[in-house]
Each structure stands twice: as C-alpha cells, then as structure tokens.
Design a protein around this ligand. Sequence first.
Ligand code: ADP
Length: 376
Amino acid sequence: MSSQKIYSMTIYPKLILDALTTVRYPGTGKNIVEAGMVEDNIRIEGMKVSFSLIFEKPTDPFLKSIIKAAETAILTYVSKEVEIVGNISVKTIQQARPEPGKLLPEVKNVIAVSSGKGGVGKSTVSANLAVALAKMGYKVGLLDADIFGPSMPKMFQVEDARPYAETIDGRDLIIPIEKYGLKLLSIGLFVDPEQATLWRGGMASNALKQLIGDANWGELDYFLIDLPPGTSDIHLTIVQNLAVTGAIVVSTPQEVALADARKGINMFTNDKVNVPILGLVENMAWFTPAELPQNRYYLFGKEGAKKLAEEMNVPLLGQIPIVQSICEGGDNGMPVALDENTITGQAFNELAAKVVAQVKRRNREQAPTQIVEISK
Ligand code: ADP
C-alpha cells in the first residue's frame, strides 16, 4: 500500500480493535480486547484516534507496557499515519464484586476469619480480634457462622441469651446481642449445637443469610465472620452475598495444618471467589511456661505459618503463643484481649492494629473508579 492510499483510507473501530487483539495481557494470557480492557468508546476523526484502556488498579505493573504495545499495534496493523490523539485515557476500576455491603449498606469492612482445619484457634482469634478492635474504639459486629461448632455464645458467656426481633421500618429484624462493646450473633443461639451437623448445606446457608440480612447490625466499622473450617457452602454464601474486604487465615505451625491453610488461601484467591488475603495468623506458635517466661517451646514446629506467609506472599499478622489463660478465657467467657496489660492481651491488640493497617492498605488499593491520564 502506498502512503497516499493509506492516508485516504477510512479507519473504523473494528480495525483498531483487530489491531488491539494482538496485544496480550501478561497476567491472564488473554488479549486485551478479550480481557475486556478496551472500553467501547473508540473515537475516530480522520486519522486521529482516541480510546480508553481499563485496568483494575492504577498500580498495575503492566500498565505502561500495555499502553506502549497498544500504540505500536495500531501503528503496525492499521497504519503508520494514525495519530493517537492526546493521551490514551486509562480507567482504573474496582473489582466486579457485589455493591459494597449489598446486604449491609452501613458496614464498612467485612472480614472473613477462616482456617483449613478445625481446632487451630480460629474462633479464639475471631473473638479476641473482635474485642481488641472494639477496645480500639471501632464499631464491631461478630457473626459466628461456624455451623458445625459454634463457640461464640460460650466464649462471650451469652449461651442463655435469646436474641429478640424488633419491627424497624416495617421489617422484623433480629437484634444482635451486645457484649464487651460489640454486637454479636451466632448460629449457635438459634440451633441446638447437637443438631447442627444434621443441617443440610442449603438450610445452613439460609439461616446465615438471615443472620446477615435480617439482623439490625446498623453502622459498623468491622464486621467479622467466624467461618467454619475448610471450604463449604457457607463460604460461598458469604462471598456471594457480601462484599468481603479480605480474609484472615488462622493456622498452627504444624505441617498438616499448614497444608490445609494453603488450600484455604487458594480458595479465597481463586478467580471465582477473588477475596484478598489480609494475612495469616500463627496461633499456638510456641508455649511459654509461667515459671520460665524467657523459654519458648515450639510444640507444633517453629515458625511454620511465618514461612508459609513468606512463601505465599501474604502478610503475617501475628504469632499467638499457647497460654493457659487464652484457653480459660474462652471457657469462662472473658476473652483475654479484654486486658491489654497481659502478654496475651497485648498479642491480640497488636494483631488488631496490624489488621486495621492491612484493611486500610487494601481499601486504598481498591479506591473507586478514577481516570488517570497518562502522558505519552
Ligand atoms: P477452632 O475455632 O479453630 O476450632 P478454637 O478457637 O475453638 O478453635 O480453639 C480450640 C481450643 O484451643 C479451645 O479450647 C481454645 O480455648 C484453645 N486455644 C486456642 N488458641 C489457644 C492459645 N493460643 N493458647 C491456649 N489455648 C488455645
């Protein structure tokens, strides 16, 4: 083709799109058109072309190279005479999740606490983290969704409480129990724990949806959900119905627990679920006897969860030792985080501070839609 002929050619959006299909996004291996990264706003005036590329975050490591590759593709496959006018506008978007707090419009952050295995201290960590956050002055809600072993009523000494319902704006809403400055509901307050394992998945999920959507949680800074161990329908119910800010995975340093924690992390980060990991908590990290406070005995192995966090590139949010008072605090309904003057209380308060920092970082990264003009 002579350059004169090129100059007289008509450029139309399909030509531009075809050229852009030659650009691959390294993260997915798909081309940028297929990956939905080219916005449907291609404008053409003579040889002048403008369009927008969509990235999930402004910090996308491939952003600049994709822009360059897009320009080169157009010049190569459409015409050298094409002038890409001004800038390519880059639109960064939030992940396609349900509207934040679709069910809970007044809740700022939803945190799922999970573990690969049972018995690693997930509920202990959830309860103490909730108490520590409330002590920091945040409005906190805690939902015990561990249908197979609801332990919050005992850990907060509210086993006999029966939450009542109130009609608010024409709807009957369950009023969460208030204890230690936070709001609490547990599936265990409604179901006889002996019967829980007989519940079919669908029944459990429905009950849970009610505890979320038909309860008067009101304004909350942090809504913590203590999930059942492993992976289940309950996990899906939660991620499908709530915009989960991030997940915390609790593990002991023991090999078998770590293998399941790894599976748990992968479940949250897979494409379909797509919940960011706020970090790992290493519980039962070591044992220190009261009479030998300097000594640490690594009963379940040393720093296993710390190493897993490094390997999977997720933050280690805290290491909690094995201490009798933690166990006793759970049994007598007085979580140790209530007293920050103890070593254990301090450990959970430090954990809470790290969680807050991670949530803030995540929220900054997922700032709402913004247009960033990139100069050529
Ligand atoms: P999960 O929710 O993972 O099943 P729990 O939180 O119910 O685990 O903890 C299991 C048992 O271990 C409980 O009796 C609890 O009090 C105890 N426990 C958990 N973490 C600690 C700890 N750091 N030190 C001492 N006991 C602990």
